[in-house]
Design a protein around this ligand. Sequence first.
Ligand SMILES: [Ca+2]
Length: 178
Amino acid sequence: MGRWQRPPWGCKNNRIYNNTIYFRSGEGRWAISLKEGSTGCVVRNNILCGGARGGFEFDDTGTLAGLQMDYNLFYSADLGSLVVAREDTNEWITLSQWQAVAGQDAHSFGAAPAAVFVNYPAADFHLKAGSPAIDAGDPAPAYNDPDGTRNDLGAYGGPAAPGPVPKKVTDWLLLLGD
Ligand SMILES: [Ca+2]
């Protein structure tokens, strides 16, 4: 069996929640690629910003079997609205085509990084005030943010999101001295 004729070996039954994946223009491949028999995966509440490519790539080795994708933000710096790819046929498609054909990502949407992040050119991927990613995640309480509000998309949202900024060491010294 040749190198490219091996049996599928992909990742199976992965839970990919609340990640921020970002590539600059001209860089990177698809933010998430599920191929080579990657079945049963659940992908939700993520921010998927491609640079040279887009947000998500799949193939025909069973990727769509058991796949559950929703409440994700899609973007491509260089491909415009073509944020999803089907590798086998080398097709690049829009989010709305993906939603219609695959029945995935019903509540997902597109947005540009400038509208989403505090300062992405400086790698500050906190969500800015008014970001469309705020409270845009899966509304089920199990996905709520630590403050009890609906899930914010990306790495700064969801139950495992970083808490408030810790007090400075000097503050603790002051407390100990009281
Ligand atoms: Ca929230």
